[in-house]
Design a protein around this ligand. Structure first.
Ligand code: HEM
Length: 435
């Protein structure tokens, strides 16, 4: 089969590309991986009339698109289904709307402020762990989702949401599947009303809307909600979009990264023993606090390495406004550019033995290119909740590991499912035991 080049970029020709797109709809993660293995770290996949997707997986590409020339890029058409459902919140808006939202939301997530959430995070984690009966098999993914939704609910919105986790999880599964299919609908048809009419999806959207309404009406305050309200800058619709955005973006990814972390720790006992040793030594039998976090370098490294192998935001995609030269790759205006953390984090020039779980990679001085590791993205659209997410994940991991151990059910494979986020597909049966 001939390789067709657009400029100097390798990739399939139009006919072959149609097959790749079909595969992409079924299993985007495996298809991105296969594209990388087949064509390398710079791939062009044509679609439509004269357009193409460029899948670029070198740090220089990510730096150029997300930082150096970020003014030339907007969120890709692939975000359209998400925008149709969650509206114009921080994650999906552009231009002035985005700037205004970021100005209001940003300060809540400033590092010096975020540490104030630590007591609530630890309290929520302790309560969750105390509910786990000793020696019983639990769905770790479900438990962790419940925990992270509870944290976001209490810390940011002053609401009790743990009881909503099961239904919310199912709604998000439905929504994510719908989003992948919706990506390929013509732009004009990808409207909220259409999704609401699709059986299943309509119910999921209704459940999430109900959740947001309960948060907005019923909450006792919660710092973030007060801020969003008080500024007087947001209309009711904008408030709803932002609350939904933060509820979803604020728990789903953290739940996935914790679930992958416990799966990996169960598979790598030496890394887990070192983690337990660090937690025992630093905490000496008490619950963790914000000021312990810097004294738990292995705990942090374990999480960082889990997010390298399984980045919850596995792909980041942009559309080019004007033509550009991305570190030597010429792309015409209107091209879609993917800089997938999933592929960047497996680039063997940077990460030897990329499938191996080696938290040592994140210990001590690191010599890598700054954009070789991008779990939270980069540039001005970098994750607003990154500091909160790391604080939460480290505190939860330390709280759980201080008293408990999670072991994967023998012989049960854990596969990934990548749609909007990369998470374990289905329940993750793990036996919980007291240490
Ligand atoms: C491990 C956990 C998390 C991961 C891996 C993650 C990852 C990311 C990534 C990669 C982006 C950039 C997307 C892009 O450039 O297209 C992003 C944006 C965002 N994240 Fe996170 N995130 C996490 C946790 C959180 C939390 C806890 C919150 C809020 C409480 C949050 C809220 C957001 C928002 C609002 C944006 C959009 C920011 C903007 O465009 O200004 N995320 N996240």
């Amino acid at each position: 089969m001939a390789l067709v080049t657009g400029g100097s970029v390798a990739g399939p020709g139009a006919v072959e590309a149609a097959r790749w797109w079909m595969r992409m709809m079924r299993d985007p993660l495996a298809t991105y991986g296969a594209l990388g293995r087949r064509y390398g770290d710079t791939v062009r996949v044509p679609f439509g009339v004269g357009r193409a997707l460029y899948v670029l997986s070198r740090p220089e590409h990510a730096e150029h698109v997300l930082v150096a020339n970020q003014d030339n890029y907007v969120k890709a058409f692939t975000y359209r289904p998400l925008r149709a459902v969650i509206g114009e919140g921080l994650l999906t808006s552009e231009g002035d709307t985005w700037r205004r939202h970021r100005r209001v939301v940003g300060p809540v997530f400033a590092q010096r402020h975020v540490v104030g959430f630590a007591p609530q995070i630890v309290e929520t984690a302790v309560a969750a762990v105390e509910r786990w009966p000793d020696g019983v098999m639990l769905d770790a993914a479900g438990e962790l989702r419940r925990l992270t939704l509870d944290v976001v609910g209490r810390a940011l919105f002053g609401s009790e949401l743990a009881g909503e986790a099961g239904r919310t999880g199912r709604s998000l599964e439905t929504l994510q599947r719908g989003a992948v299919i919706g990506t390929f609908l013509p732009g004009a048809t990808a409207k909220r009303g259409l999704y609401q009419r699709v059986p299943g999806l309509g119910g999921a959207i209704g459940q999430l809307d109900g959740l947001v309404q309960r948060v907005i009406r019923g909450s006792s305050g919660g710092e973030l909600l007060n801020l969003l309200r008080e500024g007087g800058e947001f209309s009711d619709a904008e408030l709803r979009d932002e609350v939904l955005t933060l509820l979803l973006a604020g728990h789903e990814t953290t739940a996935a990264s914790l679930a992958w972390t416990f799966v990996l720790l169960s598979r790598y006992p030496a890394a887990r023993e070192r983690l337990e040793g660090e937690v025992d030594e630093v905490l000496g039998g008490r619950d963790p606090r914000a000021d312990d976090v810097d004294r738990l370098p292995w705990t942090r490294a374990v999480l960082s390495e889990a997010m390298r192998i399984y980045p919850p935001a596995w792909t980041i995609e942009r559309d080019a406004v004007d033509g550009d030269d991305i570190a030597g790759v010429r792309v015409p205006a209107g091209s879609t550019i993917a800089v997938p953390p999933y592929l960047l984090h497996r680039n063997t020039d940077i990460w030897p033995n990329p499938e191996g779980f080696q938290p040592e990679r994140f210990m001590g001085e690191q010599q890598r290119h700054r954009y070789a590791y991008l779990p939270f993205g980069g540039g001005r659209r970098i994750c607003v909740g990154a500091g909160f997410a790391m604080l939460e994940a480290i505190l939860v991991l330390a709280t759980v590991s201080r008293t408990h151990r999670l072991d994967l059910a023998p012989g049960v494979p854990v596969r990934g499912r990548a749609e909007i986020t990369l998470r374990p597909a289905g329940p993750v049966p793990m036996r919980v035991s007291r240490r």
